[in-house]
Structure formats: C-alpha cells, structure tokens
Design a protein around this ligand. Structure first.
Ligand SMILES: Nc1nc2c(c(=O)[nH]1)N[C@H]1C(S)=C(S)[C@@H](COP(=O)(O)O)O[C@H]1N2
Ligand SMILES: [Mo]
Length: 318
C-alpha cells in the first residue's frame, strides 16, 4: 500500500507545493501576460488570447482530424479556450502543481507505443495506435468535471472504448475493465518519489466500459494529445470525476473480480470506487454542488452525472 497522505497537495497554498523561486517567477510571467487572479479552483482568465504567449511555447501538435459526432457536437456550454487545457493539468507522474505539468511533460513520449489488451478476452494482444484509431475516430465535445470542482468543455478525438473491447472479444465471465498508465521514472519526475504507488491504475464496471459515452481519446481540438493531456491515449468518462480517466494508458485488462483504483486505495473515504459526479454528495472537505469553469472562472451548478444522467442513470437503477 502506498503511504497515506493526510492532506492533498491541492489544499496547500501554492507556495507550499512549488519551489519558491519558480512560484515567484511564474507569478511575474502570468502578470506579464495580463493574467491577474489565479484562484484555488482554476485559472480565472477573462477571455480568449490571453495565453497566446504561453501557447507559442508548445511543441506543434500533429493534426488529427475526425468527423464530429452529431450527437455530441454541443455540450451545452462554450468550449474552453484551447490553450487552457494544456496549461492546467492533473498528472501526478510529473508534478502535483497543475500549472507546471506542461513544462515537465514537454518531450514526453512513449515510443514505441502499444496498447496491451488482455485478461478475459478472446484475442489478447498489443494494439498500435493506428489499430485503435482505425476503429473509427470521431470528435465529441464533452463536459469534464474534476473532483476538485474545476471544469472544462473540450472536443476530444477518439474511439468509443466499446469498439476496442469488441475488437478483442470480451469473454462472458468478465465483469470489469482495468486501466494501467505508463511507468517511466526516467521521463516522469513524479514517479521518482512522492509516496504514490505507480503506475496509476483505474477501472470501470464492464457495462460502464461498454457505454457509448466512454472514449479512448488520442486527440483534442483536432490535434494529437499533447503530453500533459495524456498522450498518446487516455480514457474519458464524462459522467465521472476526472480522475477516473487514466492518462497515457498502456494496458487494458478485462477481469472477473473488481480491480483496485489509485485514489480509492489512497482515500476510500474521499474517493469512491465508482466516483460518479454527484452534486449532492459533498467531498469531506468541500461541496460538490458547484464547479468553477476553467477560462471564465464562473461558478456554475454541478449536474448529477455531470449532465449525462439521461444516458447513464439506467446503469445505476436499482
Ligand atoms: N495517469 C494519470 N491519469 C490521470 C491523472 C494522473 O495524475 N495520472 N489525474 C487525473 C485527474 S485528477 C484529472 S482531473 C484528469 C486531468 O486531465 P487533464 O489534465 O487533461 O485536464 O486526469 C486524470 N488522469
Ligand atoms: Mo481530478
């Protein structure tokens, strides 16, 4: 078992989790860009274009075009301005400081990459990224809700996980699907200490994994995922808290017994195994009734199942 941590880094003042010099220079950098208030819940940025200076520092991302799914063309909210989801990340393999992930993940590559799919399947094996994408890439705009109460709306490019599972053939005795992220301490400074048990691991029930909304994403905003967003392939489960969406996944295992999950193992009292978005169920240390939009900084009500209840509530009907 990983060491228990009583407080999560996100409740600490930023200066406590960030080298002071870096912290101060970042403040100056953001001030120079005209970015005033950083809030606990997210970057409160007034409008588009403010991050253009920082945006220019990204490595160019190869285009990844896909037809936009009509059913998922509109998530009922404006899209989060493109640079922001590349500048504010949770990816503890690199750092717990959301605003520094992009810098530390720059140049991160899993090469060669293969997605191992095994366990209770008819045809276990390794899939290349192209094998996954050949199953039919589409673009879908989804709302995204982190358990820390910040939220964004982004166009993912990906394939329903169901298509991957159908390709390998799920055996009848299967009940769950487990996801394992990469392990490479040479590239990921956060994996060289910190008391967490790497690699990151997550899981879904089989019916959740087979649900049409559940995506494996290889792109965002019509381009390949940047490293900080979970390149080359991540999971997206829009009705659950963001941490269920494992990044940089290298293995999918279909199982009979219920797999363990990273955050649920660390703090079962704070992060339930299923972690559906439930505005009426407060986190022990904060309310989940509202969320702060990355970009505008507006606080808006959180919806049951993150607004996807019509599609998924039947999975949980007793
Ligand atoms: N491997 C891995 N996957 C992860 C995480 C992580 O630290 N490591 N963080 C999770 C959390 S808490 C969130 S909110 C989302 C953040 O995705 P984003 O940075 O692209 O917004 O990734 C999830 N997947
Ligand atoms: Mo999160």
């Amino acid at each position: 078992m990983a060491a228990h941590r009583r407080r999560r880094p996100w409740e600490l003042p930023e200066s406590a989790v960030t080298d002071e010099a870096v912290y101060l220079s970042r403040r100056r950098f953001l001030r120079a860009l005209g970015l005033g208030g950083l809030t606990a819940g997210g970057l409160a940025v007034g409008g588009r274009g403010l991050l253009d200076g920082a945006w220019a520092q990204d490595e160019p991302l190869p285009p990844l075009a896909a037809p936009r799914s009509e059913a998922h063309a509109d998530a009922g909210r404006p899209l989060t301005p493109e640079p922001l989801p590349y500048r504010y990340n949770n990816f503890y393999e690199f750092t717990t400081d959301k605003e520094r992930v992009w810098r530390l993940a720059r140049g991160f590559r899993l090469d060669p990459y293969a997605l191992e799919v095994d366990g209770l399947v008819e045809r276990p094996g390794a899939l290349a990224l192209e094998d996954v994408e050949a199953l039919g890439l589409e673009e879908r705009v989804y709302r995204f809700r982190c358990v820390e109460a910040w939220a964004m709306t982004v166009p993912w490019v990906g394939v329903p996980l169901r298509k991957v599972l159908e390709k390998v053939g799920v055996r009848p005795e299967a009940n769950y699907v487990a996801f394992t992220s990469f392990l490479d301490p040479k590239q990921a400074p956060g994996q060289r200490g910190g008391g967490y048990r790497w690699p990151y691991y997550e899981a879904l029930r089989l019916d959740e994994a087979m649900h049409d909304l559940t995506l494996v994403a290889t792109g965002i905003y019509g381009k390949r995922l940047p490293p900080q967003c979970g390149a080359p392939l991540r999971l997206v489960v829009p009705w659950k808290y963001g941490f269920k969406g494992a990044k940089s996944v290298v293995r999918i295992e279909v199982t009979r017994a219920r797999p363990r999950c990273f955050w649920n193992d660390l703090h079962p009292d704070e992060y339930s195994w299923s972690s559906n978005v439930e505005p009426d169920v407060p986190h022990p240390r904060w309310s989940q009734a509202t969320e702060r939009l990355l970009g505008s900084g507006d606080r808006v009500p959180t919806l049951p199942y993150n607004g996807y209840g019509e599609q998924v509530a039947r999975l949980y009907a007793t």
